[in-house]
Design a protein. Structure first.
Length: 321
């Protein structure tokens, strides 16, 4: 059963939808609403939040007290490639920083339709490289939510194709992983239209048109669910069974598993799209990010996939017999 706080939020979302409709809304209106949401963040004790130079203006660095130097997290905001900002995911960033003791870089990127693909992905890759320049001994965890999860997955693919082995893991919250127009007319994009109180099915084609500006959606850097995922680091995926993007995550996870990638999938009932953003307020959100922290800790300690890092047990037949 969902928490009382979840039911309260769901009622608010439902009343808002009944009043204003399911959208999509004019772009400037969506951007204004996104800017208003940024102001909901309250500083978290034990985490320093500061704007960072050298990247697209607005990028932020969340630094926990007694920060470790062996892991850095790059976490990318969502917003359908058209809205959103690094400020909007500071709640997630702060909880990840506190839980893992790792610095969390929140990139800003140029938005569509003014700056279509590959501008956003280029900016995220620049943020990854910038983090490496600041912390050259660190392994990198790349994450994101919604469209940011798409960019995170695409960034992991780009770094793999460049022969870069510094990415330790990927954390993908409710990503949009298939931007083909036909994807928006089937599966969970249709079946969950009533239960998803955040996203609108009509928004999918607009997102594809604005982000791609006529470029093909079949490219793996655009639609990671269609890519060859062999060689990616361990992935941690969370999605709601009630949201439009359920099938996108299931497709990516299935493809990754068949490619031999370590994947941990959590499908949560009832909750809304990117519920993790309400961490510190919504119990389901705080628990979801805590589970992410546990995954990152296991990766950092070599307890995911890499059996050579594990200790205990016999190492030879002589020890067994």
């Amino acid at each position: 059963m969902p928490s009382k706080t979840h039911d309260l939020l769901a009622t608010m979302f439902r009343e808002t939808r009944e009043k204003w409709g399911a959208g999509p809304f004019p772009l400037e209106g969506e951007r204004a609403a996104s800017r208003a949401y940024e102001d909901a963040y309250r500083p978290v004790p034990g985490v320093t939040d500061e704007e960072i130079d050298g990247l697209v203006p607005g990028a932020r660095l969340m630094t926990p007290d007694d920060a470790r130097d062996d892991v850095v997290i790059v976490f990318v905001h969502g917003g359908g490639f058209r809205v959103g900002s690094a400020k909007a995911v500071r709640g997630i960033g702060a909880q990840l920083a506190l839980g893992t003791r790792a610095r969390v870089l929140l990139p800003e990127y140029r938005l569509a339709p003014e700056h279509p693909y590959p501008a956003a992905l280029d900016d995220c890759e620049a943020a990854f490289q910038h983090a490496l320049s600041l912390f050259p001994e660190a392994g990198m965890v790349v994450g994101g939510e919604s469209a940011g999860a798409n960019l995170a997955a695409a960034l992991l693919l780009r770094r793999r194709d460049a022969g870069d082995a510094r990415a330790l893991a990927g954390v993908l919250y409710a990503g949009v992983f298939d931007l083909r127009p036909e994807n928006y007319a089937r599966g969970s994009w249709v079946a969950n239209a009533e239960t998803d109180l955040i996203l609108s099915p009509a928004g999918g084609p607009i997102m594809t048109a604005d982000y791609l500006a006529g470029q093909t959606p079949d490219d793996g850097y655009v639609s990671p669910a269609l890519a060859d995922l062999r060689g990616l680091p361990p992935l941690f995926v969370q999605v709601s069974s009630a949201e439009l993007l359920l099938d996108d995550s299931l497709a990516l996870v299935t493809n990754a598993a068949r490619a031999g990638v370590h994947v941990e999938l959590e499908v949560w009932p009832h909750v809304q799209h990117v519920w993790q953003a309400a961490t510190g307020f919504l119990p389901e959100a705080t628990e979801a990010v805590d589970r992410t922290v546990a995954f990152i800790q296991r990766v950092a300690e070599g307890r995911v996939v890499d059996g050579a890092a594990l200790s205990g047990g016999p190492a030879s037949f002589e020890e067994v017999m």
